[in-house]
Design a protein around this ligand. Sequence first.
Ligand SMILES: *Cc1c(COP(=O)(O)O)cnc(C)c1O
Length: 388
Amino acid sequence: MHDFTQELAGLAAQSLARTRHVVDGPQGPVLEVDGQACLSFCSNDYLGLANHPELVAACVSAAAQYGVGAAASALISGHASAHERLEQELAAFTGLPRALCFSSGYMANLGIIGALVGAGDTVFLDRLSHASLIDGARLAGAEFRVFPHNDTARLEQVLARCKSRRKLVITDAVFSMDGDLAPLPELAALCERHGAWLLVDDAHGFGVLGPQGRGSLAHAGLCASRSPHVLYMGTLGKAAGAAGAFVAGHAALLEWIMQRARTYMFTTAHPPMLAAAASAALGVIARDEWRRERLRELARLLRQGLDGLPWRLLPSVTAIQPLLVGDNAAARALAQRLRQLGIWAPAICPPTVPRGTARLRISLSALHTPAHVEQLLAALRHAAGAPS
Ligand SMILES: *Cc1c(COP(=O)(O)O)cnc(C)c1O
């Protein structure tokens, strides 16, 4: 029998072994971690909704109404009225004809890609695409081509040469480790010209970008309902503060995905209480413009405050504000120094990001205050040996 002890020792020797920290109490900017209060800049709860009273109340009341679990897959008896309502609200919110809920974003990407393409088809992926998109493309058995990050000229060349029956272009709308945006209008036009589908993963833009937080397509001024070849995927566990995911697009395409996505069929449906929480989140997302304004204000304060320090932020209009350090050991040491000062911002090193671009992935939340950002800046000044 294979012994994994040695392999684990190998991981540890290369500093690739991960450890978990036990978090207690409600979500928010200040977490209780391993028994100690800690100011967190690592959460994807960008709008601060994961512990919002309206979401909690919707969840509790739905648990009383439906029970806890969905008890079956959606195509058997797991599709509750809470899901039906949420799908209609998501379609209206994104301005697309139809939406379909999945139990997570990872599941959604695996299912959508596998339903759309297979052997003999070609998938084109931005090099910085999320792991779930890469896994989905691999699992689908289609040929797969990676294009350089946001390089639409290169993508056009490979698309023009491709003879496959079905072509699918896949991209994150907001790249998860960089916070930069995909050129969606160019990508949509390119896909239209070359008869390709475009799947946009907006895990980090939904709720954060666009008027009323309607997401990256709206932010780019794209009217997706007029582009039948665009599929929009969003997650409900990040800015929406709940859990689950959805895909929205043209009705026939959505019907096909519902009929064919194996991660929709062969898994227990998303718990109805989480669908109810997500419905409540949509209301808060659309209503509370101040949460998006606060994110922009905090990002501005952070950028200003870094003046004179040895690190710079990558350009980002989102809640993801990566602080470029460069060297792996330096990034890890900086994260560790911050931890000693009671601040949690994760170091992200290759292979997750390109060599020489190790960074702290600082993520902001609408519940952070200017004083929290000042606390982070003071810690960074301290770590840089600068006078605070
Ligand atoms: C988080 C994330 C996912 C997965 O979503 P979950 O609901 O957490 O499974 C998919 N795509 C991107 C770009 C993500 O950041």
